[in-house]
Design a protein around this ligand. Sequence first.
Ligand SMILES: Nc1ncnc2c1ncn2[C@@H]1O[C@H](COP(=O)(O)OP(=O)(O)OP(=O)(O)O)[C@@H](O)[C@H]1O
Length: 324
Amino acid sequence: MGCVCGKEVVTISGKNYVIRDKIGEGGFSIVNLVEDTIYHKTYALKTLTCHSKADLKTALQEVAFHKQLHHPAILQCLGSEVTGEPDIAANVTCDVYILLPFLPGGTLHDDLSSRAAARRHLAEPEVLRMFAAVCEGVRSMHESQPPLAHRDLKTANVLLTADRQPVIMDLGMMDGKGQRSMAEARVEVETSAQARQLQDLCAERCSMPYRAPELFNVQAGDRIDERTDIWSLGCLLYALCFFKSPFDAAYERGDSVALAVLAGTVHVPEDSPYSQSLIDLIRHMLSVSAADRPFIGDVLQLTRAVASQHGDHAQLDSGRAVAT
Ligand SMILES: Nc1ncnc2c1ncn2[C@@H]1O[C@H](COP(=O)(O)OP(=O)(O)OP(=O)(O)O)[C@@H](O)[C@H]1O
């Protein structure tokens, strides 16, 4: 990072970006609002500080996945830069910069939190429109070759454009910290050491209220596939309706989320304004056994079927419905 006229400047692919503001901070990164010095256009700059070679590998994989996946519902990487090599012994770190489009609508989590405070439910067509858009992004992961999984889908990892189009971010979980890549959707767990590794990685990186039951207790011989994401999408669809994951309540009470998830009991508020077919879709996605969950193509078909009951099929496909 350099300095021009007292302002911090980052150079990516030969272009300079002035740091304007801090937008947010994750467990492993800082995101700043930056402006390029020629056209004065704003971007988001994600900085991952790497303390070890394993950190660097993780960060570079995140960049690689951003570059590999091209879909309007997945946050695009516009450029990246690495500042050097980390060296634990010498206490030397390096930074990986990921230049991203700046999405001004904040996260879906924040949007739903402010709606929750005012008890302002989204109308069903809007729920279905936003959900279908997220699913289209997930479909591009699940249907790539080999199939990829996100593994940390949640409302806090969905950004909104100015016109409320959802965009999936945070592909950081799609790495294996030097182990077998979590991005590969289909994982055969061969040994108990692998099972433990995978469970620990999920405990560290997959948010509990959105984490699929099979990731709480991984055993040798298990087969994990992209339907871990379908569980998370079921939680996300519930959150679009009722503001939070169905398992947030257990989390907030300090009860065991693992027990609540493994029981698979989904509480639907009595005053729910949503159709039974929408609730049935949530329950289908939240099947405790992954084998009973639909794949993403079926989820999209079922979503369209629910929308068509309202005559919203066309709107869902064009993605033009507006929030109420
Ligand atoms: N492209 C962007 N446009 C606008 N805001 C963004 C953008 N990327 C990230 N943010 C904001 O910065 C915050 C931190 O982002 P980050 O990618 O570090 O994700 P995180 O999911 O919060 O953390 P972690 O990677 O540790 O899971 C986000 O919650 C979001 O509010």
